[in-house]
Design a protein around this ligand. Structure first.
Ligand code: ATP
Length: 308
């Protein structure tokens, strides 16, 4: 009973949130509102940020790990914006201090900022004891960024609209990925602008048919079959802005990856492995080559924001 009482009186909340990858990223035309129409299949993978929320007068964030000393703790931080928007929506007068333990690289195409925003929404809703369910949080999330609703949900999901409209997808089995994190960042808006520029010159088009991929996921297809169905419309634009990406992709092919793919807007590169052993061997070879700043072996799918 004493333990229960202590737990009940606990005035902090700790959550973790996964990075996302896109098994398919179909980029449509630029809309008048500045967004692109997307058809994407998201998968949450086992590379996590953690967010601890403690009561405070103001809404602030403090960053440890990836982005420490670079990422500001004020409203430029997506986690702070998420907390503020939740407080405004529900008329909360209290603040929060968010401690972000970041392992997801910044501007790497893994939606680290969106992940922190999703984590902050869940953590603050609990800290402030708001009577809100996931659906209400997903609605607030959609106003914060295209990938934020998916980061709450996790698993595998189809994303439409500009990515913010998500519906869960049945996906059997576990996939093993090697994630190669490159030095430096790639700005997502810059990569979209390059997609538009290349299309004006006749290079690239939108791929929005995900039916074969969805069928393969439902059937628990093996890596060989799935590998042939992965697709990213941002690949050419990301390589155009960062030609070294071509070398990283080629390194994975040479080292035996089932499939090499740019993650989102890059510069992170993903390699699909046959199984856990294959992923470990592949990761070891890629580390020896020194083509990336970090090489992680991750699995997917994993759940979205989880309270620890
Ligand atoms: P996506 O795949 O969704 O395009 P990304 O992985 O390329 O995202 P993020 O790391 O999500 O990029 O963030 C991009 C930019 O957002 C960063 O360069 C940074 O300036 C800003 N940002 C704001 N808050 C955060 C945060 N908590 N974590 C990371 N970036 C943040």
């Amino acid at each position: 009973e004493a333990v229960l009482q202590r737990d009940d009186a606990r005035d902090w909340v700790r959550v973790r949130v996964p990075a996302k990858i896109n098994l398919h990223l179909g980029v449509g035309d630029l809309r008048p509102d500045g967004f692109h129409d997307l058809t994407t299949v998201y998968e949450a993978v086992s590379l996590y940020d953690e967010v601890v929320a403690v009561p405070s007068q103001e809404v602030t964030a403090e960053v440890v790990g990836e982005g420490a000393g670079i990422l500001p703790g004020d409203e430029r931080n997506l986690a702070v914006r998420a907390a503020r928007s939740l407080a405004e929506r529900y008329g909360v007068a209290s603040g929060v201090r968010l401690r972000l333990l970041k392992r997801i690289p910044l501007a790497g195409g893994l939606a680290g900022g969106s992940a922190d925003a999703a984590a902050a929404l869940e953590a603050c809703a609990r800290l402030w004891r708001l009577p809100v369910g996931r659906d209400a949080l997903v609605e607030v999330a959609a106003g914060l960024g295209s990938d934020v609703p998916f980061c709450l949900l996790g698993g595998v999901a189809l994303g439409t609209g500009h990515g913010e409209r998500v519906s869960p997808v049945a996906a059997a089995g576990t996939r093993h990925w090697v994630v190669a994190v490159s030095e430096g960042e790639l700005s997502t808006p810059a990569v979209y602008a390059e997609v538009d520029r290349l299309r004006e010159t006749g290079v690239g088009r939108c791929h929005d048919d995900v039916s074969a991929l969805l069928a393969a996921l439902a059937e628990g297809a093996d890596a060989e079959r799935l590998g042939g169905l992965l697709h990213n419309d941002m690949t050419d634009a990301a390589i155009s802005l960062r030609p070294q990406l071509g070398e990283v992709l080629a390194a994975g092919d040479a080292d035996g990856a089932v499939r090499s793919l740019v993650s989102g807007s890059g510069p992170t590169v993903l390699f699909l492995a046959r199984d856990g052993h294959h992923a470990q061997a592949l990761a070891a070879r890629l580390r020896l080559r020194g083509v990336a700043r970090q090489v992680h072996h991750v699995t997917g799918p994993v759940p979205g924001v989880t309270v620890l």
